[in-house]
Design a binder for this molecule. Structure first.
Ligand code: NAP
Length: 259
């Protein structure tokens, strides 16, 4: 399917690895000029080169910590008027509620709620004025199905979900959509570091934790970053203008509820 977004411009936050990289690659394949941000220069430049070589798209890099004001300013200076904004950042660490400090909570809210809100606030009026915009927030299936050890993530991401819900309706008349993608377990570094931590806490082997985790997914496998990126590209496409304010689960059937 031709997605109708060739020539558009996109910011993809935290795009050098994992889910962000999947989104960046899929958008570049559609002829979108992409700006990818991450903190580490080596992975960022390697990813940019690989996407350029694979797709021939324009790929710019911004070495920035998107959870800081300076990092976001650098990203927006490089691409002040994106047509597409994919918000993303590293997830908060797992842990135990009673052990988290208030600063842990502040960091989680800053990274996974305030950062996407700041980027949306800086770009959405331009999108509405131009009559096209697609915002995709990468959140987590923990928004619908909270996981015990991920309370920092559950809280901050649920806050973001609430914060953008009515804005999505206000932006809709201008052909600007805001949707959230809710990944379950995907095959990325993040999932492996969660398994390592779970193994340490439980005293079990990493392999056992991994096996149990995969067994709990009806699809009996992890998701791939290609699958994630393809869904993101469709949500950013010209055809997806009637999909807004949605929380789209990609979890191999893990969430057990009806809706
Ligand atoms: P990943 O494979 O570890 O990749 C994380 C990416 O984010 C890297 O490119 C990293 O590059 C970048 N990054 C992290 N912090 C950043 C920051 N402050 N500023 C700019 N870039 C930053 O992680 P992932 O699995 O793709 O996860 C992406 C998000 O989805 C996370 O919030 C994660 O919690 C959430 N999630 C993932 C899963 C899963 O199964 N994978 C499931 C649910 C939710 P640098 O380190 O160089 O900055």
């Amino acid at each position: 399917m031709e997605l109708g977004i060739a020539g558009r411009t996109a910011i993809i936050c935290a795009g050098s690895k994992g889910l962000g990289r999947g989104c960046a690659t899929a958008l570049a394949r559609e002829g979108v000029a992409i700006f990818i941000a991450a903190r580490g220069a080596d992975a960022l430049e390697a990813t940019a080169k690989s996407i350029r070589d694979d797709t021939g798209a324009r790929v710019a890099t911004v070495q920035a910590d998107v959870t800081t004001e300076a990092g976001r300013a650098a990203l927006l200076a490089a691409c002040p008027a994106p047509d597409i904004l994919v918000t993303n950042a590293g997830g908060p660490p797992p842990g135990e509620f009673t052990q988290f400090s208030l600063d842990d909570w502040r960091r989680a809210v800053e990274a996974n709620m305030i950062t996407p809100i700041a980027l949306i606030a800086a770009t959405i009026q331009g999108m509405m004025g131009r009559g096209f915009g697609r915002v995709v927030n990468i959140t987590s299936y923990t928004v619908k199905m909270p996981i015990g050890s991920l309370e920092l993530s559950n809280g901050a991401r649920a806050g973001l979900t609430g914060a953008v819900a009515s804005l999505a309706r206000r932006a809709a008349p201008h052909n600007v959509t805001i949707n959230n993608m809710l990944p379950g377990p995907f095959d990325t570094d993040r999932v492996r570091s969660n398994w390592t931590r779970a193994a340490e806490v439980s005293g079990r082997s990493m392999e056992d934790v991994a096996k149990d985790s995969v067994r709990s997914i009806p699809a009996r496998r992890l998701g791939t970053t290609e699958e994630f990126g393809a869904t993101c590209a469709f949500l950013c496409s010209a055809h997806a203008g009637f999909i807004t304010g949605q929380n789209i689960l990609l979890d191999g059937g893990a969430y057990p509820g009806l809706m």
